[in-house]
Design a protein. Structure first.
Length: 267
């Protein structure tokens, strides 16, 4: 699935009024322009309409746009399976309607991979260890290849929505990637931190497999939350089955928010 890169293409394919068995939404022109500028709007054409895929700051969302006859699901009507969609999230607002959405996704050869748990902390919740490891800094352009290899070693590209090399270069250029390493240039770990007004989103906390259980993950997350201001909130998503990561986040003051999201993939 290739991103939409021209506004005119989105207009021609009806990106504004989406509906179907997954969700209903109307996007404003400015919303579409913003998604295109961020390379976050994708489209796969299917016989009865379009399957739109939007990567957002939280993770990703799936939308169907269908014609008046509705969405016709059947193996004979589906496009070839090509691994074009990396991940699908059923948002909390849709949890009570999951049965119908699941049926559609399964008919399109998606399978549920896992669930993701939202965790959050504020300044009063933060528990910062006294001794922080040295070597924490903003990533530089020379770190691009090392950070990409860290992400590839630590995450599933299909289910974790890790950035493309272009997106990673943009994040580094804008100071959103932080790393921890030594003076010889070895990177032990990396992390993406995005700031949205009073909300700080922590993503892709990666520690090289050969350097795990040495405090580098703790040092990364500690550095990300140690300067929280009153009223500011740090949030992150973690796979529910990742017990070790959940223990780490809880030890540093994060609390589960009881909002589970389902991750579906088309492999």
């Amino acid at each position: 699935m290739q991103p939409i890169v021209h506004y005119e293409e989105a207009v021609a394919k009806g990106a504004f009024h989406l509906g179907g068995k997954i969700t209903n939404i109307v996007w404003a022109p400015d919303d579409v322009k913003q998604m295109i500028s961020k390379h976050s709007l994708y489209l796969e054409e299917i016989p009865s309409g379009n399957l739109w895929f939007c990567r957002s700051e939280y993770r990703s969302r799936l939308f169907f746009q269908v014609d008046a006859s509705g969405l016709s699901i059947g193996p004979e009507s589906l496009p070839p399976l090509c691994g074009c969609v990396s991940e699908i999230i059923l948002s909390p607002a849709l949890q009570e309607k999951k049965k119908e959405e699941r049926a559609v996704l399964e008919a399109l050869f998606f399978v549920r991979e896992s669930t993701a748990l939202l965790m959050a902390c504020t300044k009063k919740d933060v528990s910062v260890p006294e001794n922080s490891l040295p070597g924490y800094r903003k990533a530089e352009s020379a770190d691009l290849d090392s950070v990409r290899k860290l992400n590839d070693a630590c995450f599933d590209r299909l289910t974790d929505a890790i950035p493309t090399e272009e997106e990673l270069a943009d994040d580094i250029g804008n100071g959103r990637i932080w790393v921890i390493g030594n003076d010889e240039g070895t990177l032990f770990g990396s992390m993406l931190v995005q700031q949205y007004n009073r909300r700080r989103l922590i993503r892709h906390v990666a520690v090289s497999p050969e350097w795990r259980n040495k405090g580098f993950g703790t040092a990364l997350v500690t550095a990300a939350i140690s300067d929280l201001q009153p009223g500011e909130r740090a949030i992150l998503w973690v796979k529910e089955e990742n017990a070790a990561a959940i223990r780490l986040y809880e030890r540093l003051g994060f609390q589960p928010q009881n909002r589970l999201m389902e991750i579906w993939t088309k492999r």
